[in-house]
Write a protein that binds this ligand. Structure first.
Ligand SMILES: Nc1ncnc2c1ncn2[C@@H]1O[C@H](COP(=O)(O)OP(=O)(O)O)[C@@H](O)[C@H]1O
Ligand SMILES: [Mg+2]
Length: 403
């Protein structure tokens, strides 16, 4: 799981403190280090607990709260302070920010707003390390990534890619990865992972208004490789429950609690698929070196190119490469008018075995050529080294790569 942020709160009102406490306790990446009911004791409390972030509620006593913020900012300038109030008083907000608060939260605190604020005050040490490690000094990919896997026809390998990429990413220290099956009618990510889930996307969507992190986390099923799954609805009739606005909220919350989110889309290019594409950082458009798939890539690129924000996220991935009757890579790139980002070799036997056993290749065949290529793809997307299984360290990770 991601690095934990230790939070201390001060709020003399039992009611609002309890409310804030409940929201914080539901966030996995948060450790509620200390709670304090008196402004004048808060200095002592934090000197004993050394939190990463503090939240100061203004409403019980504006003057005391503002003074406390000012003193905290002076004594601990590196400690991010979040001011909170239910009053929407512009002057008080301004004063808190001038006194040294970094962020302002409206009470009752909305989960997404709190997560965003906590994310903004999180030190960027990990990104800094990446920048140095890859020698690009700064322009690093975000730690949080939402990756859509979009197919150019049925059976092109989207679920295989989503599951194996997700599993590969999930094996890395510091990563937490969730896969959402958005092939709402016919998805089979649960089968590929051999998971009997208690909850599905339909349960989450039905409760979307009162969704909190604890409920959302309980709704996910975890595979032994570390990958968490939110499956598609069991009943076909429940597909209608997955509205675009609900999906957007679900993706937003998952984005905030996992380092990587992989979305296995349907082949219908429907409203939920488009919502997923818009919420993604990367769109992996999966194709094969044959006519109907490549023709659909051209058609899909024409549509995606109408929206510059979507078009720039698209990376074409060829799956099952190596057959005898294939169109050449050169011809494929000329046809689609775009370089191919990654090629995954074909290995029908291995893929069938892995799917039948519900064991992603990173567990089933970690040294296979196909898994090395998934690892290379994961590495290319993350912009940082993916640790290979012990004996693989010298293997050529960029296998089949063309970037
Ligand atoms: N790289 C590959 N080499 C060989 N067979 C593959 C490969 N990737 C996927 N397959 C096989 O292709 C079939 C369709 O894959 P799937 O991932 O379900 O596609 P989609 O989700 O796009 O419909 C499955 O039988 C799977 O085992
Ligand atoms: Mg599929």
């Amino acid at each position: 799981m991601r690095d934990v942020q230790r939070v201390a709160i001060v709020d003399p009102s039992d009611a609002t403190r309890e409310e804030l406490r409940k929201v914080l306790l539901g966030i996995e990446s948060i450790w509620l280090e200390a709670e304090c009911a008196r402004y004048e004791f808060f200095f002592d409390v934090i000197s004993q607990s050394s939190p990463d972030v503090v939240i100061v509620s203004l409403d019980s006593d504006q003057n005391k709260a503002q003074t406390l913020i000012g003193q905290l900012a002076q004594v601990s300038p590196d400690l991010p302070i979040l001011a909170a109030s239910s009053k929407g008083d512009g002057q008080a907000i301004l004063q808190a920010l001038r006194n040294g608060a970094r962020e302002f939260l409206t009470q009752p605190v909305v989960l997404e707003e709190l997560l965003k604020a906590l994310q903004r005050v999180r030190p960027r040490a990990d990104a800094h390390q990446n920048g140095e490690a890859n020698g690009r000094g700064g322009a690093t990919p975000p730690v949080q990534q939402v990756i859509s896997v979009l197919g150019s026809r049925g059976g092109v390998g989207c679920t295989s890619l989503a599951v194996n990429l997700g599993a590969t990413l999930a094996q890395q220290a510091g990563h937490s990865v969730a896969l959402v099956d958005l092939d709402l009618a016919l998805g089979d990510a649960d089968v590929a992972l051999d998971l009997m889930a208690d909850y599905t996307l339909a349960d989450v969507a039905m409760n979307v208004e009162r969704l909190d992190m604890q409920f959302l986390r309980r709704s996910l099923s975890k595979h032994s490789c570390g990958l968490s799954l939110l499956p598609h609805p069991v009943q076909m009739e429940d597909i209608g429950l997955i509205r675009e606005d609900s999906l957007q909220r679900i993706i937003g919350l998952l984005r905030a609690s996992f380092t990587h989110l992989v979305l296995d889309l349907s082949k219908s290019f429907g409203p939920t698929d488009v919502t997923a594409l818009r919420s993604s950082d990367v769109i992996l458009l999966v194709a094969q070196l044959e006519l109907s798939s490549l023709r659909n890539v051209v058609r899909m690129m024409q549509t995606l190119n109408n929206d510059a924000q979507l078009a720039e996220k698209v990376k074409v991935v060829l799956n099952g490469v190596g057959g005898e009757t294939e169109i050449t890579l050169k011809k494929a790139e000329e046809t689609i008018g775009k370089p191919v980002y990654w090629q995954l070799p074909g290995d029908a036997k291995l893929m069938t075995e892995s799917r039948t056993q519900g064991a992603p290749l990173v567990l089933h065949a970690p040294r296979s050529k196909l898994q090395l290529s998934f690892a290379g793809l994961a590495q290319a997307l993350c912009g940082k080294e993916i640790q290979a299984p012990a004996k693989e360290k010298s293997a050529r990770w960029g296998l089949f790569a063309r970037r």
